[in-house]
Design a protein around this ligand. Structure first.
Ligand code: NAD
Ligand code: UDP
Ligand code: UDP
Length: 318
């Protein structure tokens, strides 16, 4: 049985990861400061003798004994990471230093949840891991993008300098149950708006693209990466290469919810990438991994989750 630390374990992806690791028979320590994570995401795991939760901010040192570390702590949605941008950079950079220092002391294997944002607004399409990116270092997304880039640098320097066993996974837009209903990400926004019969807010003309990966596929890819032999470090793209415009996504959500919502157009935020699609050749080759859940199926599961949330909130208000 491996002792596994998951930072950001009460968040959207972290809670799914904790669940999957427990199913695999691991002993899981979930660390979170609850900035964007919620106790409700892990409530069903409490009481499992192999699951432990600790409130802690990864920008401060952490002394525990573990075999593996998944470093997910960091707000992921623009609304939240831009709320306190200095703290966002600290979380990525100081958080990485502390978790790498911990991995070094206890000789743990450590995986970084990096992001497609390291490619910025890319001029190469789709994006392979070899692409260095086009990132604005001083814009409103920079605290997140550059923080994550610096974290990758730290991972590779600890690997070169101290011989740490590292894995870097570049996650592309992922969605599913337990996304925060108010986190401003496009899938959760559109579904909640459709279910409430509110206008669906498209930023810009809606022709920008994203490639959406269902959470179960992503978690599978992440665990498979962690289980790779020590000489495999990544970075490795994990995401679904099926690319959609934001307008197409809105139309899918309206069709699948049966909503009467209409589309409205709002200004495009600064530095919003025009297009994004992972090149997953590496994951296909080395992990034999590819996403299994396509958009409509994943959206249906996510809609079912948000329908319960919206109905519960409506009942509570009555
Ligand atoms: P999330 O906001 O739901 O989860 C992040 C978790 O980290 C939350 O539980 C939050 O409370 C916690 N956290 C934030 N700052 C912390 C700190 N200083 N100390 C301890 N805990 C802290 O987001 P998510 O979608 O689950 O993302 C998880 C990770 O995956 C993040 O590192 C994110 O950058 C990365 N990622 C996610 C996506 C995606 O589409 N969901 C895409 C690329 C990368
Ligand atoms: N650290 C930690 N837990 C540990 C070991 C280290 O949080 O079990 C932190 C510690 O705060 C340190 C950082 O990780 O500042 C980096 O550790 P490292 O050993 O690389 O460097 P140093 O201790 O020399 O700063
Ligand atoms: N977006 C949108 N309406 C919303 C929320 C987001 O049109 O209500 C757009 C946003 O401008 C971006 C895309 O959807 O072009 C994805 O946004 P998200 O914040 O989910 O992820 P990211 O931009 O980090 O990929």
């Amino acid at each position: 049985m491996a002792r596994v630390l998951v930072t950001g374990g009460a968040g959207f992806l972290g809670s799914h990861l904790c669940e999957r690791l427990l199913d695999h028979g691991d002993d899981v320590l979930c660390v979170d400061n609850y900035f964007t994570g919620r106790r409700a995401n892990i409530a069903h795991l409490i009481g499992n003798p192999y699951f432990e939760v600790m409130r802690h901010d990864v920008t401060f040192p952490l002394y525990v004994e573990v075999d593996q570390i998944y470093n997910l702590a960091c707000p992921a949605s623009p609304v939240h990471y831009q709320f306190d941008p200095v703290q966002t950079t600290k979380t990525s950079v100081h958080g990485a230093i502390n978790m790498l220092g911990l991995a070094k002391r206890v000789k743990a294997k450590i995986l970084q949840a990096s992001t497609s944002e390291v490619y910025g607004d890319p001029e190469i399409h789709p994006q392979p891991e070899s692409y260095w990116g086009r990132v604005n270092p001083i814009g409103i997304r920079s605290c997140y993008d550059e923080g994550k880039r610096c974290a990758e640098t730290l991972f590779f320097d600890y690997w070169r300098q101290h011989g740490l066993r590292i894995k870097v996974v570049r996650i592309f837009n992922t969605y599913g149950p337990r996304m925060h209903p108010n986190d401003g990400r496009v899938v959760s926004n559109f579904i909640v708006q459709a279910l409430r019969g509110e206008d669906i807010t498209i930023y810009g003309d809606g022709n920008q693209t994203r490639s959406f990966c269902y959470v179960d596929d992503l978690i599978e890819g992440m665990i498979q990466t962690m289980d790779m032999p020590d000489d495999f470090t990544g970075p490795i793209n994990i995401g679904n290469p099926n690319e959609f415009t934001i307008r197409e996504l809105a139309e899918r959500v309206i069709a699948l919810t049966g909503s009467r919502s209409s589309l409205i157009f709002k200004p495009l935020p600064a530095d919003d990438p025009r297009q994004r699609q992972p090149d997953i050749s590496l994951a296909r080759t080395v992990l034999d991994w590819m996403p299994r859940v396509q958009l409509d199926e994943g959206l249906q599961k996510t809609i079912a989750y948000f329908r319960r949330l919206v109905n519960t909130a409506a009942e509570a208000a009555e």
